[in-house]
Design a protein around this ligand. Sequence first.
Ligand code: ADP
Length: 367
Amino acid sequence: MSQINEEKILETLATIKDGDQNIVEKGMVQGLQVQDGHVIFAIVVPPSVGASAEPIRKEAEEKVHALDGVLSATVVLTAENEGGQAAASGQKAPQPKEGPLMPGVKTIIAVASGKGGVGKSTTTVNLALAMRDQGLKVGLLDADIYGPSMPRMLGITGEPSSSDGQHLDPMEGHGIKCMSMGFLVEEETPVIWRGPMAQTALVQMMRDVNWGDLDVLMIDMPPGTGDVQLTMAQQVPLTGAVIVSTPQDIALLDARKGLNMFRQVDVPVLGIVENMSYFKCPHCGERTDVFSHGGAKQEADLLQMDFLGEIPLDITIRETSDSGHPIVDHTPDGEHAKAYKAIAEAVWNKACEKLEAKAAKMPKIVQ
Ligand code: ADP
């Protein structure tokens, strides 16, 4: 297969017209990145044009994808505001195509947090592994486009390839199918995915990936509760969401924003997990409540939301997930694995309840 480069891509894109000029001379092609056959760029249009430029995006994607040496082409449509910057408003993001995004996927569960660093990714990966141990077929979509950590946490290296030449095959680590922007973009690469671009990337990681049959797809959401997260929550047919929080009050206030965000878009919140809940001294076994322990439980009661369980602050949790072998897989019979497994079971049962409730609302077929 021949090497693809920016020049060849731009040459191809210059054949696409917008009015009487082509999209390259009009400066509409931005943020072009080519890496080992994976091509990513944005088509920037004025906000007034918005999603009506979708045919141009589609044509650009198809033409670049058809080039020799291109494994994947991810083209996002983004609106530019007067200041010349891509607008972060979710409204300009192209809508997903008609039909189910992932027909073989039974349930989709988002794991979210009000802010970064509370252990959302660590919780997601361990819950995914615990569900695997329950005998479920599990996938994990790393939508934390600003700081994808799943390749590292699942110990996966390399890049996904395509067996059918059209869709990417997900990577696999510890029996979990995984897709992450981290596979397509080097860790050091400046993150160009912002606002609507991030949302489009999410839809593409669902639509253009061979997920196959899964009982559950866990989505590691970007931290926070801004427009990006809100639109993501809207674009994905979520069965439910799990909120991860530390016990500190400030984090809890953020967790409340997460809850409101999902309620706003009618996504059931399955419950809250309190991470770094307490610290147990590895030497003397004494338990110290580093933050005010039990805050998440109180908050959950207050908001009439289920409290799913607590995970202590323990260096082995950090070391194992940071080294690609998370604690549930590393020490499956230990107390932490047991705690994650209990939470995973509760999450799965609640997700099934929501699915049944949804099915019950659908019109029944009577013979
Ligand atoms: P987020 O996804 O919320 O940004 P991460 O899951 O990446 O957070 O966690 C941030 C850091 O905290 C990581 O180094 C992780 O290993 C560590 N960490 C997360 N949960 C725990 C825990 N319960 N005990 C110890 N370290 C943890």
